[in-house]
Design a protein around this ligand. Structure first.
Ligand code: NAD
Length: 264
């Protein structure tokens, strides 16, 4: 992994990059020459991704932190400042659905989904102001969203509300920080094969909630999916497009990366 590449000289922080799409973005950005900050809830996941990037010759620093906390969000972006002296790219990737029909949805399912998926992005963007909100600094904020941010979905009111909210946040930040040369965009994915869309296994949890989708339901949803399922590595490539220096005039957009499922 040489320093030359489309992101040479840039410093990127990617939340929730211990696995899945976030991990693929961290690895791809490092391969493109960026120094990256890897974040996940658990130190072991952070260490594994940092080691993978370094073993390939890339630059990485880690920060185990919970984006729901403003102080933790500040630690994530300050890791970029302390390790690499600046922050050019922030990818707000941490997020997840906690499925339940609205009449059965618990406070915890609502709050945890909104707090990670929407408030976590707010926490990190506000923390990044210290690095990005300067005349002629330039920068890229990429919010990882979902088709749930474009349409409603039964059993996902919390997730749809969070991702729709993320789009409003994206457009507002794009306007507020345009004069600093900072772009802010979102990418709405359809189905990406990760742990989030994998089969539920007994006992596996994130923040006290079960991970994955029950087997029968998963098979039904995946069979009925009308786009092309993509890998985390393919998903990361769309985020790279928005991170490129050449993407300086693209801001306030929601990029539809649902592989032909939705349009318009
Ligand atoms: N997989 C899909 O089909 C799909 C589709 C559309 C959008 N997305 C979005 O992509 C993003 C990544 O999802 P994924 O599929 O890679 O899921 P994943 O479950 O594989 O990865 C999510 C990561 O976020 C981390 N995380 C969770 N809570 C956190 C917190 N409070 N603080 C810091 N990190 C936290 C997890 O530890 C994990 O590493 C999410 O925002 C998700 O909504 C995924």
């Amino acid at each position: 992994m040489a320093a030359a590449g489309a992101l040479a000289g840039k410093v990127a922080a990617i939340t929730g990059s211990g696995q899945g799409i976030g991990r693929a973005i961290a690895v791809l950005f490092a391969r493109q020459g960026a120094a990256v900050v890897v974040n996940a809830l658990h130190q072991s996941s952070v260490d594994a991704v940092v080691a993978t990037i370094r073993a390939a010759g890339g630059k990485a620093a880690g920060c185990a932190a919970d984006v729901r906390s403003a102080a933790d969000a500040q630690r994530i972006v300050d890791t970029a400042g302390e390790a690499f002296g600046r922050l050019d790219i922030l990818v707000n990737n941490a997020g997840f659905p906690l499925d339940a029909m609205i009449h059965k949805m618990s406070d915890a399912q609502w709050d945890d989904c909104i707090d990670v998926t929407l408030k976590g992005a707010f926490n990190c963007i506000r923390a990044a102001a210290k690095y990005m909100r300067h005349e002629d600094h330039g920068g890229r904020i990429i919010n990882i969203s979902a088709a749930a941010g474009l349409i409603g979905s039964p059993g996902m009111a919390n997730y749809c509300a969070a991702k729709h909210g993320l789009h409003g946040l994206t457009k507002s930040v794009a306007l507020e920080w345009a004069r600093f040369g900072v772009t802010c965009n979102a990418v709405a994915y359809g189905w990406v094969d990760t742990r989030l869309t994998g089969e539920r296994e007994a006992g596996e949890q994130v923040l006290g909630h079960p991970v994955g989708i029950p087997k029968a339901m998963r098979e039904q949803i995946r069979a009925g999916y009308q786009g092309h399922p993509q890998s985390a590595e393919e998903a990361a490539a769309t985020a790279l497009l928005l991170a490129l220096p050449e993407a300086q005039h693209v801001t306030g957009t929601i990029v539809n990366a649902t592989s032909g499922w939705l349009a318009g």
